[in-house]
Design a binder for this molecule. Structure first.
Ligand code: ADP
Ligand code: MG
Length: 470
């Protein structure tokens, strides 16, 4: 009986999702759906910043509740749009998006200043944190809803208004979210969505004089071009960019956990994750054994229709990405790496850009696949002889987003945690995220931290006030 009800609900959701997809969608500006965006659209920031923190918090929380009510629908939209396995969307990213909104709703009432004991005279000196203004938020296609929410939650809590540009490959869940924004009762213009291609819609948003801050998640190359444009008017920027994250498996690691953690680290979301653990360094004494187990793991993974609950890896997002990833696989072959698993497409899976989980051995530090971000299900596995060597090679990347370490030795764990050049270090874990834990990169992986209270710094300016008491 319970199962019948569940299936019935499932079917209703699927019908709703199909209905949503088959409709044509427009931009969401000032609370209206419009076919074009005029340069003068007023983002009514004043109503929002003057609203009491409590009232703002309540609205953000209400949006989170609506997201939770529509969780299955939002999960299906992301899965259909970009190939994320439905189980991951249902139990991972969509619930995380809801948690994130709730966490940030709480912060709306807790953004405080300080009183400062100045020595310059008889003054009362205090700071306030004020919203930075209109935020242009540009997000990638790999976690459409979650990336939108990482930016929206903190910006709204801080009292900013937002113009959100989803990636052209995967706008559906964000467009549905905009409908929920209306339903939640936000004042018009607080949340706006502009769809379109990067060099057009994205670039126009970055260049717009009314945008005070650009919050970007995407490729390092586009991040740099956005910084150049923003520099002209000193618009604030924060950047969450690419990665080539190392995952170090020490000889004393719990190998079973390390293997499954490292495989999740690379193959989650088809490897289309900025923090994918795409360089695995394994202690030489366990290298052969680890490689064999990784090959088995990759070969056993169920690749297929992302809406099938049994699927562990879906297709990559687009033909462009498919060709890019296959190009990297070819480069590895040409440069002399040996294939341990995968390396080919999955034509029998029907339509869709399916690439098998791919493991390469005999990879040198200079090969293309050990240097460049692939953003696909391809991993390089390399042996190391001692810890210093592993550390040096792990750090010899222009990126510095995340790193993983597998060891049972507490000294090794802390030593590597201290010395790895990465914004996040996971010890005996990988791909763990929490709304309360700051996230962002070192080096060319960007700057600024999303999540945690650190995210509020991205969306506030500090004002210092002097009152003469003399
Ligand atoms: P990818 O190449 O993996 O799609 P991008 O960095 O190109 O990653 O895209 C991330 C986001 O940046 C997308 O929303 C995209 O539309 C946008 N974008 C791409 N090019 C530009 C640009 N020149 N200016 C502003 N936004 C851009
Ligand atoms: Mg691009």
């Amino acid at each position: 009986m319970a199962e019948a009800i569940f299936l019935e609900q499932q079917l209703q959701t699927e019908t709703r999702v199909q209905g949503f997809i088959s409709r044509s969608h427009q931009h969401y500006i000032d609370g209206n759906w419009v076919s074009s965006v005029s340069g003068k659209s007023a983002f009514r920031g004043k109503d929002w910043r003057q609203m009491s923190p409590q009232a703002r918090s309540t609205l953000i929380w209400r949006l989170a509740d609506l997201m939770a009510d529509h969780l299955e629908e939002l999960a299906q939209l992301d899965s259909i749009d970009m190939g994320m396995p439905i189980r991951q969307a249902q139990y991972g990213t969509t619930p995380m998006a809801v948690d994130h909104m709730r966490y940030m709703a709480g912060w709306a009432t807790k953004i405080e200043g300080e009183t400062i004991p100045v020595s310059a005279g008889n003054f009362f000196n205090y700071t306030v944190r004020q919203p930075v203004g209109v935020v242009g938020a540009i997000i990638p296609w790999n976690f459409p809803l979650l990336m939108a929410v990482w930016k929206l939650g903190a910006a709204l809590a801080a009292g900013c208004t937002v113009v959100l540009k989803p990636a052209e490959q995967s706008p559906l869940s964000v467009l549905r979210l905009a409908e929920l924004v209306t339903e939640a009762g936000f004042p018009p213009g607080v949340v706006n969505v502009v769809t379109g291609y990067g060099p057009e819609a994205g670039a126009a948003l970055v260049a717009h004089p009314g945008v005070n801050k650009v919050s970007f998640t995407g490729s390092t190359e586009v991040g740099k071009s956005i910084m150049r444009t923003a520099a002209d008017r000193m618009a604030r920027v924060s950047m969450e960019l690419g990665g080539k994250s190392p995952n170090i498996i020490c000889a004393d690691a719990n190998l079973k956990r390390a293997i499954s953690g490292a495989m999740l680290g690379i193959f989650m979301n088809q490897g289309e994750v900025c923090s994918a653990g795409s360089r695995i360094y394994v202690a030489r004494e366990i290298y052969d054994q680890a490689l064999e187990q990784m090959g088995d793991y990759a070969n056993r993974m169920r690749v297929g229709n992302p809406l099938d609950p049994k699927t562990q890896m879906g297709p990559v997002v687009s033909e462009e990405q498919y060709q890019r990833v296959l190009g990297y696989i070819d480069s590895a072959r040409r440069e002399g790496a040996s294939l341990v698993a995968g390396g080919e497409t999955l034509p029998e899976a029907g339509s869709g850009f399916y690439i098998k989980p791919t493991v390469f051995a005999n990879v040198t530090d200079t090969m293309t696949i050990s240097r460049e971000e692939i953003f696909g299900p391809v991993v390089a596995v390399m042996p190391f002889d001692d810890l210093e060597e592993a550390l040096e090679r792990a750090n010899s990347s222009e990126y510095g987003l995340a790193a993983g370490v597998w060891t049972e030795n507490v000294r090794t764990a802390h030593y590597l945690a201290q010395n790895l050049e990465a914004g996040t270090v996971w010890i005996n874990a990988y791909h763990i995220y929490d709304a309360a834990a700051p996230w962002g990169g070192f080096k060319q992986s960007g700057f600024g931290r999303e999540m945690g209270h650190h995210a509020l710094e991205l969306y506030t300016e500090i004002k210092d006030v002097w009152i003469n008491l003399q």
